[in-house]
Design a binder for this molecule. Structure first.
Ligand code: ADP
Length: 504
């Protein structure tokens, strides 16, 4: 749908976009009780962005109590056929309003409009996947007992789910949480990132238009403090969070000091990608293209970004040259130009963070092969282009800390043992990619890598992956709890056992 559209079209759509920056509670946009306001800045050009309510404790309380009523008054009891139909209608509405949703994310956090349009299908897909799953899974089983007894092991909804989402994939993160939470029979209060609220608000409107009862899908806007109110609230039965490890830790402390509740935490990452010598006969240009994509997709603002590249020494120099060439040709530009594949970072703060990391790499004696700072020249937006380092000390900040920006560190290794040690020399444990055609090595690395998701690639040819059926659980400082697939649906349910002492 985007191909024929021009920058002028998107600029015009942006000028016409109107959305109320108020909390969405009980099926409508309502005036916030706090009366406080915040405003974003468009990262593409520094112009004023979206004004929205900075919700306080009273707003969060109003949203949670409405969600509780909606849970008790029907959503938990609704039969699977009807809930499935409503979720499908919601997915249809997301798809039908894809341009508006994509525009919201592009304006808020600088995502290139072409990429944002591509994410609409994924957002609708998550909702559809869970709509389809909900009447196919069995919500429990029986356990062995004597003949006079029966014991059922049941899966029940948890109640009111509080969802705190980040700014890097605003629409997708809402769908990834709303899909399983609603399919399982819970109601929701979402607190989107203060940098990117519009798509979440728009999705709340669409949920109601699709027929999902008022009060099932609520949104409170605001910054970290609003999230903290949701975390502390005694009426929230479960939390699901995606964001930084720092905030994940703050959440756990706050839960410990308030009320006990289960939490899904998906935090930062520093994912390794390892290329072995047995890939020498493959198309190295294609491999370089995929390495650059894995590191620089979404301007590197991806928790599973493959930011540490480990290459066997026999392939190192030829791959280094190709990767730097690939990265250098990624055109940085205005996100509302449909030709742009690499936009600004999400905010001036994020730009500063990333530029500081680049400077720290230089100061810690890494070699800057490609410097992404000031990629356009004279820009007013938050642009940092693809950046590549080699000679990186594994103990330096750029090797150890999550940068959340387009910075790739290259390492070479002489042996499998050293590759494994380097790959696992991280506090994180989100994802890892291994390029090898050796099945024994593939198996060994899959077993030993510290990562929730390991991808073994034997060929650069693209093949369809597991998509929405894929589930994974992070480890280390990357968090815990399963998201995605059927197991991800069960994360939003609690186990209950029902013992029937029947006698006879
Ligand atoms: P980043 O630093 O990349 O913006 P954060 O982890 O700070 O990522 O933010 C992720 C989400 O967590 C956002 O919606 C943010 O508002 C929220 N948040 C930030 N601080 C807190 C907190 N103390 N308690 C709850 N939510 C928070």
């Amino acid at each position: 749908m985007s191909d024929a559209k021009t920058s002028a079209y998107w600029q015009q759509q942006a000028a016409q976009l109107q959305l109320e920056g108020q909390p969405f509670i009980n099926g409508q946009s309502v005036a916030s009780l706090s009366g406080a306001e915040l405003q974003t800045t468009n990262p593409a050009d520094g112009s004023p962005g979206f004004s929205f309510a900075d919700c306080g404790a009273e707003d969060v309380d109003a949203a949670v109590s409405v969600a509780r009523q909606a849970y008790q008054k029907g959503w938990q009891d609704m039969g699977p056929t009807q809930r499935k139909a409503l979720l499908h209608a919601f997915a249809d509405a997301i798809q039908a309003n894809g341009e508006t949703l994509a525009l919201c994310d592009s304006l808020d956090m600088g995502k290139p409009i072409s990429a944002a349009l591509g994410e609409v299908g994924a957002a609708a897909g998550f909702i559809r996947y869970y709509a389809e799953a909900l009447d196919k899974i069995y919500n429990g089983h029986t356990v062995p007992t004597g003949n006079g007894a029966m014991e059922l092991q049941m899966l029940r909804p948890r109640g009111v789910v509080g969802a705190i989402t980040p700014w890097n994939f605003p629409m997708i993160n809402v769908a990834l949480k709303a899909g399983p939470a609603l399919a399982a029979g819970n109601t929701l209060v979402i607190k989107p990132s203060e940098l990117s609220q519009r798509s979440a608000l728009q999705m709340a409107h669409l949920a109601v238009e699709a027929g999902i009862p008022p009060g099932v899908f609520n949104v409170v806007t605001g910054a970290g403090q609003t999230g903290a109110e949701l975390v502390r609230h005694g009426g929230v039965d479960m939390l699901t969070f995606t964001g930084s490890t720092r905030t994940g830790k703050a959440l756990l402390t706050a839960i410990g000091g308030s009320t006990i509740k289960p939490v899904l935490l998906e935090c930062g990452g520093k994912s390794p990608e390892i290329i072995f010598a047995d890939m020498a006969n493959s198309d190295l240009d294609q491999i370089a293209t995929q390495v650059a994509r894995g590191a620089f997709w979404n301007q590197g603002q991806v928790c599973v970004a493959r930011t540490r590249l480990l290459v066997h020494e026999s392939l190192y120099s030829s791959l280094e040259e190709k990767i730097v060439a690939q990265a250098a040709q990624m055109q940085v530009g205005n996100p509302l130009d449909p030709a742009t594949m690499f936009g600004p970072l999400a905010s001036a703060h994020q730009q500063q963070v990333v530029e500081d990391y680049i400077q720290s790499g230089v100061e810690q004696n890494a070699t800057l092969l490609l410097d992404g700072r000031n990629p356009i020249g004279g820009e007013t937006g938050c642009y940092v282009g693809p950046t590549v380092f080699n000679n990186v000390d594994p103990d330096s900040r750029i090797a150890r800390e999550e940068i959340f920006g387009p910075v790739l560190s290259l390492f070479s290794f002489p042996s499998d043992e050293q590759a494994l040690a380097l790959a696992n020399d991280t506090d994180y444990g989100l994802a890892a990619t291994v390029w090898t055609r050796d099945i024994v090595r593939a198996n060994q690395f899959a077993m030993r890598l510290k990562a929730g998701k390991v991808r073994i690639v034997a060929s650069p040819a693209q093949a369809e992956g597991a998509g929405f059926s894929h589930s994974a659980e992070p480890c280390g400082q990357s968090g815990y709890g399963v998201e995605g697939g059927i197991s991800g649906l069960q994360s939003y349910m609690r186990q209950q056992s029902i013992e029937l002492a029947l006698g006879g």
